[in-house]
Design a protein around this ligand. Sequence first.
Ligand SMILES: Nc1nc2c(ncn2[C@@H]2O[C@H](COP(=O)(O)OP(=O)(O)OP(=O)(O)O)[C@@H](O)[C@H]2O)c(=O)[nH]1
Ligand SMILES: [Mg+2]
Length: 431
Amino acid sequence: MKESQERERAVIVGLITRETPSWRVEDYLDELEQLADTAGAEVIERVVQERERRDPAFMIGRGKAEELARTARYQDADLIIFDDDLTPAQAKNIEKLCGVKIVDRSALILDIFAKHARTREARTQVELAQLQYLLPRLTGQWRHLERQVGGIGVRGPGETQLEVDRRLVRKRVAVLQKELEKIAGQREIRRKNRRDFFKAALVGYTNVGKSTLLNALTEAGVLVEDRLFATLDATVRTLPMDNRRRLLLIDTVGFIRKLPHHLVASFKSTLEESADADLLLHVIDISHPNFGEQMNVVDKVLKELNLGGRPVLKVFNKIDQFDQSGVVARLRETEQPCVFVSAARGIGLPQLVERLAEFADAAFVTDELVLPLEKASRVPKLYEVVEVLNTSYGEEEMAVQIRFARQEERRVRSQVAKILQMDEEDGSAHE
Ligand SMILES: Nc1nc2c(ncn2[C@@H]2O[C@H](COP(=O)(O)OP(=O)(O)OP(=O)(O)O)[C@@H](O)[C@H]2O)c(=O)[nH]1
Ligand SMILES: [Mg+2]
């Protein structure tokens, strides 16, 4: 990744309310600082205010906003970043007061995604999310005017421009959505080809070590960085196990607190790589002071993606940087099934693979079909519906060992029966 030579200077702003106590705000601001750093900005000052609730005009209080403006000027800041999402009106008011760019957490995350997007799919997804973020802001501005001045007076060049912009944005959104549908279609085909595999998706908060784990298990060579959102595209690799099992590992984009809604929607197809998974490997950075909350965020996003009911194996990573054995013992009790590993140091990986194998075995049915030799010509057809593990021949009979997904058992059994009975009179071929 290329860094711009001159990093922008940023002031970051957090709000302490009854729901969000000060220690938590500090943690959020730590994370916001990391996000800013990833986006290419240097944080030169933090501003925190304690308030009963958010101010509708400025988010923080008016007086605090004026102080913020002075700070920005004094510090020669290029931008101000709010940890809480601003309404279009708030953003405009603060910008007017402070005279620098105003960004909120969602916009910052979108910016990082835009910076890291490499493939056509990721770029398309990011652009779509950005435009959808922009759209209500355009209409929001318009409504804001409407309310202030009433219908008639505001019709002028400004309005026309706004209408044109909106129409253009909408048009582009439609084009991008079409394109994503097309890409999703191709993905679907690739996915069908993986029907016979047991699929495990690496999910988790950003920067917990998902890609490191994929690399450690498969030598995938995926980019690993101590940065947020290093991975945006789905990478799929086979996990070498003994040849009786076929297992795919899928690495994908990480989650974060307050993942912008449009982003989740736009990244549906990338995230659907996980939707296809038989098992979710929920990777957790146990060395992170907020790992508990990060786990909750991940659970929440998974629910949003309708993956709440999927089987999960929790993988507590970075155990090399965590020495509270009491906590580990407690988690081992409460969070089953779970494993403790260090992807970077290679600790606990054999145990992880073993658990994976158990899950994979449970997800498949292995069965043996005993057929009269006359049916041998049917066997090639079987390959189309099941995995054929082995065939052996006796004097009069042959045995075919097959394997298929437990989920598909009914469909598979009836297809197998059909194949074995095809244009035969007796129809008694299969066990
Ligand atoms: N100490 C320690 N560091 C680790 C371990 N695993 C990963 N890391 C570090 O954690 C950072 C993030 O690793 P990644 O594999 O990029 O994390 P990710 O979950 O793929 O992150 P995103 O793709 O950005 O969401 C890197 O600096 C890794 O070197 C581990 O077991 N121990
Ligand atoms: Mg990654």
